[in-house]
Every structure is written in structure tokens, then in C-alpha cells.
Ligand binder design. Structure first.
Ligand code: DX5
Ligand code: ZN
Length: 219
């Protein structure tokens, strides 16, 4: 299996110094950046959109992973890919036509993912396994950084890993929501490969020392 990857969630960075935050996280050795796109409708919060992705894109060659928490994903998919995201996940709970939207992401040249709310069972991805490269498993309810990890996420990661393994496909599980180094280790034991970290990363300075803690925990 490929080594575990850590994606820094821009939502938890210092908005007044975003370029410096990206540079420090990249120098600290993160494997990519995660962008939480919220419309104030699917979730009770508003963040940023494709313009911010475009502004930060020239600062690093690391992968950009966008997580759409919006009612109308189809409206944003082309804009996000055009702005430079490499991976893009969408929520089935938002409605719309999941398979069609995932196929569109692939067609535009980005890696498609399904993002699942904590209460949504793994079964929700069964019939789109042909269409995805990863599952973004939420371990908090989407909308805010800095929440509490939902313990049932450990069992869910195991169930999701089993469903994926039975399919024989190369689909990774990425977990998003309050993933400290200690939690990452437990999730990795259940089959999670990649991790998003917002406040568990950016509230621990210097970032290099914190990334090192993730690396040591996951070694
Ligand atoms: C929450 C977002 C997360 C958030 C994670 O809706 O999807 O990506 O930034 O933040 P932490 O790691 O602080 O829970
Ligand atoms: Zn996210």
C-alpha cells in the first residue's frame, strides 16, 4: 500500500497570511492541500471558492484536493478543475445525480471522490465504485473546523475498507475531521490511507514539528 498522506486543510489556516501558511506547510512536508468549499446552504457556513484555489495554485506543485459542501456541485465542478484542483469530492446527501457528476469530474481530468457525512453508510458508494478514486469519510459533521472526532468513524472506516477490498478496486479512504496523529494511527489500522488535518495541524506550531508527529505516528 502507498504510504499515508497528510493534507493540510486551508480552512484552518490563518486567512491573513495564506501564502505564508501554504509555504510553511509545504516546507513542513505535507503531501497536499484540502479546500473546503461551503455554500451556506448544504452546510451552515460559507468559506471560499475557485478564486482562492486559483490564487494559491502557483505557490506549490503539491496536489490540491477540494471538498464540495454545496447544494449545486455541478455548477462548481468545472470551475474548480479549471482553477487547478487535482482531486474533487462531492456529497451524495446534497442530492443531484451522483454518478453523472463523478463522471464529469473524471472527464475534466481530476480524480473523483465521494464525501460521506458521518451518518451515511458505506453502502452509499457501492454502485459508484467504478467512478471514484477515493472516499472522503467525514469523522465530524461537515461545516466547521475544530470539532470533536466521532468515535463510530473507526468502525465505519473498517466497514468501508471491507466494501472496497471486496470490489478489488484501488480506491483510497481519506478521513476528514479532527484527525490528530493519535486518531490517524487508529484510522490507519482500520484501512484509511490519507488524512485531512485542519486545526489539529495549524494550532500546533511550528508546523514542521507537528507534521513530524504525524509521520512518526504513522511510520
Ligand atoms: C469540515 C471540513 C474539514 C475541516 C477539518 O467540514 O470538511 O476539512 O477543515 O478541520 P479539522 O481538522 O479542524 O476538524
Ligand atoms: Zn473537508
Amino acid at each position: 500500500m502507498a504510504r499515508h498522506r497528510i493534507f493540510a486543510s486551508i480552512m484552518a489556516a490563518d486567512y491573513a497570511h495564506l501564502a505564508e501558511e501554504v509555504a510553511e506547510a509545504a516546507a513542513a512536508g505535507v503531501d497536499g492541500f484540502h479546500f473546503d468549499i461551503m455554500d451556506g446552504n448544504f452546510v451552515p457556513n460559507i468559506t471560499f471558492g475557485a478564486d482562492l484555489v486559483r490564487a494559491l495554485r502557483p505557490l506549490t506543485d503539491l496536489p490540491f484536493d477540494a471538498h464540495l459542501m454545496v447544494v449545486d456541485a455541478d455548477l462548481l465542478i468545472p470551475r474548480m478543475v479549471e482553477a487547478g484542483v487535482n482531486r474533487l469530492s462531492i456529497h451524495p446527501e446534497a442530492g443531484g445525480h451522483l454518478q453523472r457528476s463523478l463522471a464529469r469530474i473524471r472527464e475534466l481530468g481530476a480524480q473523483p471522490g465521494v464525501a460521506l457525512n458521518p451518518s451515511t453508510p458505506p453502502e452509499a458508494v457501492r454502485y459508484v465504485l467504478d467512478d471514484i478514486d477515493y472516499v472522503l469519510m467525514m469523522s465530524v459533521n461537515p461545516g466547521f473546523s475544530g470539532q470533536k472526532f466521532i468515535p463510530a468513524s473507526l468502525r465505519k472506516a473498517a466497514d468501508l475498507a471491507e466494501l472496497i477490498a471486496a470490489s478489488g478496486r484501488d480506491i483510497s479512504i481519506m478521513v476528514d475531521g479532527s484527525v490528530t496523529p493519535e486518531v490517524a494511527v487508529e484510522l490507519a489500522k482500520q484501512g484509511a490511507r490519507d488524512f485531512v488535518t485542519g486545526s489539529p495541524l495549524f494550532s500546533h506550531r511550528p508546523l514542521a514539528a507537528r507534521v513530524q508527529q504525524y509521520r512518526e505516528a504513522l511510520a
